[in-house]
Each structure stands twice: as C-alpha cells, then as structure tokens.
Design a binder for this molecule. Sequence first.
Ligand code: ADP
Ligand code: NG1
Length: 493
Amino acid sequence: MATEGPATRRVQVAEHPRLLKLKEMFNSKFGSIPKFYVRAPGRVNIIGEHIDYCGYSVLPMAVEQDMLIAVEPVKTHILQLANTNPLYPDFSTNANNIQIDKTKPLWHNYFLCGFKGIQEHFGLSNLTGMNCLVDGNIPPSSGLSSSSALVCCAGLVTLTVLGMNLSKGLKTPNLISINNYTKLGGTAVGWMGSDSFSPSRAWVELAEICAKSERYIGTEGGGMDQSISFLAEEGTAKLIEFSPLRATDVKLPSGAVFVIANSCVEMNKAATSHFNIRVMECRLAAKLLAKHKSLQWDKVLRLEEVQAKLGVSLEEMLLVTEDALHSEPYSPEEICECLGISLEEFRTQILSPNTQDVLTFKLYQRAKHVFSEAARVLQFKKICEDAPDNMVQLLGDLMNQSHMSCRDMYECSCPELDQLVDICRKFGAQGSRLTGAGWGGCTVSIVPADKLPSFLANVHESYYQRSDRSLAPEKQSLFATKPGGGALVFLEP
Ligand code: ADP
Ligand code: NG1
C-alpha cells in the first residue's frame, strides 16, 4: 500500500480480500463501483474504566477489528445504507431529514449519529445523498466499541463526501474549517487544504464531533472510544486526556501480550439504563462533593472538575469522599434535600431521560471507584515509562485492582466476567479485568509472552469448550492483540 497523506491510503482493492469482497457486494447491491472506502477501528481499554465521562484520562489501544464502509456519493438526496451482515437490514432516508429514534438503538441510528454530527457541526443543509455498504468485524455489545467505530466511520465518510463536493465548488459559510479537514483526504480527489493544516488537530476535532454525536443515541459516553478510533497509531497504546483532548504514546512492555477474551454475554448500552445510571451517579456525587466543599455546585458535571477546583490530589479526593458521602444508597429525596432543589428540578435539570425513575443512587461507591481508577491509570503509565524489571507483575496488579473496583464499587461486572477473569489468572495472566462498559462483553489480560500458547489453550478449554458457549469465529472470542492504527480513507489508484 502506498501512503498518501496522513489518513489516506492508495490501495489495489484486488490485493485485499475484504475490500474486494465489499466492492463486489456493493456492485451487486447498488449496481455501481464504490468511489472510496473508510475504516475506523474498535478498541480495547487497558485500564481506566468508567472515568472518561468524569473527565479523567484513560489508556486504550485500537484493535485490528474495525468498521469498513464502501461509499458512492449520489446526485439525489437519498442516503441508502446496507450491511454485509443480514442481521442488519437495509435502510434509506432523506439526507436532509435525519431522525434518530432514541427508544430503539437500531444499527442505522449509529451511522446517522456520525452523519448528523458532521452535518450539524458545519451547519450544512441541502446535502446530497450516498450509497453505503457497511462491513464490521468487531464483536457487537462486547466492550470493544463497535458502536463508536460505526459512528466514527460514518462521520469520516460524511466528511469525505463533503470534501468531494467542495472540490466541485460547493460553498458553505464554514468553508475554512472544511478546507482544513479536506486535506485529510490527500489530493487524490482534488480536495483543498490550507498550509497551516494540522492532521492531529483535525483528528481531535473529528473525535470530539463524533463523541458528541454518539450521544444522539441516548447514552452519555465520555469520548474515549471515538478519540482512540481517530488518534490511534500502530505499535503504541495511548493515554487519552480530556479538556483539552490529547493523546500521548504509552509504550507497552515487550515481554508481555494483551489478550482479549469474550464472556459471550452481550450488553447493549443504549437498550438499558445501566450505563446512564452510572453517569448520573457520578454527576450527582460531583455535585454533592462540590456542595460539601462550598463550591458553586450547580454547573459542576464531572468529578474531575471538583478536584481541579479544589486543587488537591486524587488521594485527597478519596478522603474528601469519605468525609462528604455515606456508603448507604441515596434516595432522590435525600439528594434534593442536600442540594436544596425540588424533585422536579432534580429530574428535569440533572437526570437523563432514561434515569428518571431510579430510586437509589450509590454515590460513595461510584466516587471511590472513579478516584482510585484515575490514580491507577497514571500509575500504569508511569510503570510503562520507568520499565522496572517486574513491570509485567506491577501492571498486572493494577489491572486486578481495577477489576475488583469495577466489580465491587462500580458494580459493572457480571458472574461470567468474574469467572473468566479468574480462569485467565489461573492460567498465567499476571492481571485480568473487564474492559469497556461491562455487564458482559470482554476481559483484557496481561500475559507473559512465553506463556501465551498454554494460556490460550487452557482458557479455551476451561471457558469455551467446557460450556455451550461456542467459540465464535477467530478473532471474535479469544485472541492476542497489538496496538493498531486509527481511522483511514482508502482510495483506488
Ligand atoms: P459496543 O460496546 O460494541 O460499542 P453497543 O451496545 O454500544 O456495544 O453497540 C452495539 C450496536 O452497534 C449493535 O447493537 C449495532 O446496532 C451496532 N453495530 C455493531 N456492529 C455492527 C455492524 N457490523 N454493523 C452494523 N451495526 C453494528
Ligand atoms: P463501550 O465499551 O464501547 O460500551 C462505554 C463508553 C465509553 C466509556 C466506557 C467505560 C460510549 C460510546 N462508550 O464504552 O465512553 O465510558 O463505556 O469505560 O458511551
């Protein structure tokens, strides 16, 4: 593959079986040839769970599995979506009348999130349509960010189509910023770019747009998944920091391998309120801590804001939590009394639509998890930098502590994940934890490189073979993974 600019690859489609198959399916579906292809990867979060939406740094890496979309811009206003997987039915709509139904997280809604995000960011109307064929190989609802990969891929598809239109003379009020983006695509499709263009800045902005737009689906995520999908680089994990968003390389130990194992329990975040309840509990904990410390609490949304306003360490925030919050669950009435607001204000001004009827909130436990997990992320990064002789063991210990905290304080594990983590540790993992939102999905384990073959064989036998969990296709259930690259546009020469 020849390289063309920071995010564009020239590819001979015939040499890439997956692209070739997609091109052929596109042709039989739409009767034409795709103009370009876009990929956006899923991710595995190594450490730092449920803290991105609290403003704290996380440590993910992109996986090889991704969302791939073949695209042809069309002259009508119709956006037509098809999928290589028959489980995901065809969908079409007017590109200028995008409706996202939050009550049903159907697959096409994730595409529409990315599409609408770009459309709204640039204030565009009168958009032309496109034909898209989607092919994904990230196990869905398993904590590896299949949903965000789809949103990011759709966002980059939309931006690329806009860039193509721009080159044909489309004028918009935001032409300057679109020009900056369009250079992402290289010169092959005649796009324009300013000389001060910064690819990393454009990726950051695109990640922020997609993080915001995925919330159209109803979940209040923090931005880790979209950030790593755009900012990932092959060979390195990333520390992702927020406000402002930035990504720093974290070199993982060469003597160990990270292994993903799927518990085979699926949990769709948007179809239940589990995820948003945690986001609300953290938001409420932040407000109560701020009030306790006589800060202006009404604008506070994230736990990190409280720490920043107090100017104290994470360890001190754990002490503040002990002081300010009790371990018994809080009722809505008690929270209202603490904050001096009515139940009506509580529901309309603080809670999300799908958490209105929640009766108990565990603020102490959630805050304790968040502050301790945020500290573990920083320790993990420091160990990777210092590279002591026993680094694999030290990193493993942090991952084990993270799982315990997710299980006991955050209550986002499930019996199958706990069992899988135990099996992974028994067969040689130095550390093992759930990854992603939890309540099902995958574990990630750190395994000394020399133990990898026996680890894989034993975990396979103990978790997959000895139960009716059929081992899904290769690279779906149990596999070693390396830091992969980020989103890309593919063009044929
Ligand atoms: P994850 O943790 O993988 O992001 P979510 O439950 O948030 O899980 O999102 C999963 C949803 O993403 C699926 O229900 C489906 O709607 C969508 N999705 C995942 N993979 C694909 C795919 N290959 N094609 C279309 N939609 C997909
Ligand atoms: P996954 O694993 O994709 O469900 C979710 C959130 C992340 C983060 C993790 C927990 C979205 C899109 N993703 O990820 O932002 O909060 O849970 O660490 O909401």
